[in-house]
Ligand binder design. Structure first.
Ligand SMILES: Nc1ncnc2c1ncn2[C@@H]1O[C@H](COP(=O)(O)OP(=O)(O)OP(=O)(O)O)[C@@H](O)[C@H]1O
Ligand SMILES: [Mg+2]
Length: 456
């Protein structure tokens, strides 16, 4: 492997010398430029594995980072920020930096961050840092993951952190948020990438079948077991086992699975001998597991085994800034196959997509775009090509789904509370609310509760 190259951008000569010394000791080929303006020119001539940059005073970090990322989209950028300026650091991450170190930093901090960033770059994970366009990059393990919202950046960072380890990971997120895609990204970015990735669906099979499916069986161990068979766990040996819908496993299977994970051994159904098993477990659940543990439906010991690291994947409605990028990705995916190709979303289509609350998350968006591409007679998708529930979505649906209460909700609750506290006396309630009785009647009809309050 060739020597990794690092470019330092810093105007402070003393700081550059120190950094150069530390990083050269670790075997990197280190170069430096003093002025951010010169960084672009340097990068045109030479490619690097990491850029370590200071942010000179009055720099517009967003423009600067975009400029750097434009030059070399796959190179991680680490910011060196002034002590305490967390805002700059966060802005930097949002704009595409891989990570930041706050000044003054220790040699150990720089070494560790450089190591992580270079490893990342070497694995070809260009999109660890959010990308600014929607072109799929199938050569990268993160390539199929789209999104540059802060919460997705946290997800990318978590993937990068856990990929190199063998720790069990629990992925929690609503249906369609990308749990399987993320599980595959973790597998593909780690040392087990060339080994099997086997999916077990905890919700798909009956208990007895799932047991033999998971653990395998010996010939004759039950009616119908005409030959012995390797279970899915054994098939995943040396690789990764993706335990999907783990909350659906029965208590009995939870216990058996726990034993396998703890003892790193497996015994087929009907067999007395155990064999060693080396699998990395990535589990996924639509429901947060902790409440299930408290309710006693999910084993606490298994939960702790699996939840060494938990990655919470936010629902699409909480990261709507990713929606245009995702929509473009799917448009590219499906639209380019059509003759003539469908290449655009009209602005009002995008506005409608943003108003919807996406209970089915990214998968629902993908299906909506796929359907629209099929229906659209033109190269541009219009709102009419969207399913009615999405086209006609009202903004308050989204607000409610995000946990916000609309003014109308607030008014309705208040009115009903006043009525209920005053024996449903319309005149008295109207006086208390400071409105006319007629207005109150109109509102009750509007809410569709008039009959319940004795009004036609
Ligand atoms: N961040 C993302 N970028 C690009 N595509 C995504 C992203 N998240 C999800 N998808 C796509 O959305 C679809 C659903 O994703 P996936 O199957 O990983 O979700 P899931 O969380 O496992 O859903 P479920 O809980 O219903 O099984 C897939 O086609 C996937 O490629
Ligand atoms: Mg899934």
């Amino acid at each position: 492997m060739t020597q990794a190259r690092i470019l330092i951008v810093d105007s402070n000569v003393g700081a550059v010398t120190d950094l150069q010394e530390i990083l050269s000791e670790d075997g990197y080929d280190v170069s430096s430029v003093r002025d951010p303006q010169d960084a672009g020119g340097y990068l045109e001539r030479k490619s690097v594995d990491l850029i370590l940059t200071d942010l000179p005073p009055h720099t517009d970090e967003l423009t600067y980072l975009r400029h750097l990322r434009g030059r070399c989209p796959a190179t991680p950028i680490v910011l060196m920020t002034a002590h305490g300026s967390l805002r700059t650091a966060v802005e930097g991450l949002k704009a595409g930096a891989f990570d930041y170190v706050s000044k003054p930093f220790t040699a150990a901090e720089v070494r560790s961050i450089a190591k992580r960033a270079v490893e990342q770059a070497r694995m070809g994970n260009g999109e660890v840092v959010p990308a600014f366009d929607a072109r799929p990059d199938d050569t990268s393990p993160f390539g199929s993951l789209v999104g540059s919202s802060p919460s997705m950046v946290q997800v990318y960072k978590a993937i990068a952190r856990v990929a190199q380890t063998d720790s069990s990971v629990l992925l929690q997120g609503e249906s369609g948020t990308g749990k399987e895609l993320i599980a595959r990204a973790i597998h593909a970015s780690g040392p087990r990438c060339c080994k099997p990735f086997v999916t077990v669906d905890g919700g798909a099979l009956a208990d007895s079948l799932l047991e033999s499916e998971l653990f395998g069986h010996e010939r004759g161990s039950f009616t119908g077991a005409i030959s012995s068979r390797k279970g899915l766990l054994e098939q995943a040996h040396t690789g990764t086992c993706f335990l999907d819908e783990v909350a659906d496993l029965s208590p009995a299977l939870q216990g058996k699975l726990l034993r396998v994970i703890q003892e790193k051994e497996i015994r087929r159904v009907g067999s007395t001998a155990s064999t060693a098993l080396d699998v990395r477990i990535i589990a996924a659940s639509k429901l947060p597991l902790e409440p299930l543990v408290r309710a006693g439906t999910f084993r606490e010991d298994l939960y702790y085994r699996m939840n060494v690291v938990t990655i919470d994947i936010p629902p699409l409605r909480e990261r709507l800034e990713d929606l245009p990028l995702l929509a473009k990705r799917f448009l590219h995916l499906y639209g380019s196959m059509k003759v003539p190709p469908v290449t655009e979303l009209s602005p009002d289509t995008l506005a409608a997509l943003r108003r919807y609350w996406w209970p089915g998350n990214v998968r629902e968006l993908e299906h909506a775009i796929e359907r629209a591409v099929t229906l659209s007679p033109y190269s541009v998708i219009c709102p009419e090509d969207l399913p009615p529930s999405i086209k006609d979505a009202m903004p308050e649906g989204l607000a409610r789904a995000q946990g916000w209460v609309t003014l109308e909700d607030l008014e309705r609750t208040h009115i009903l509370r006043v009525l209920d506290s005053h024996a449903r006396d319309l005149s008295r309630s109207a006086t208390i609310l400071g409105i006319h009785r007629k207005t109150l009647l109109r509102k009750l009809r509007h809410y569709g509760v008039a009959a319940g309050y004795g009004v036609a």
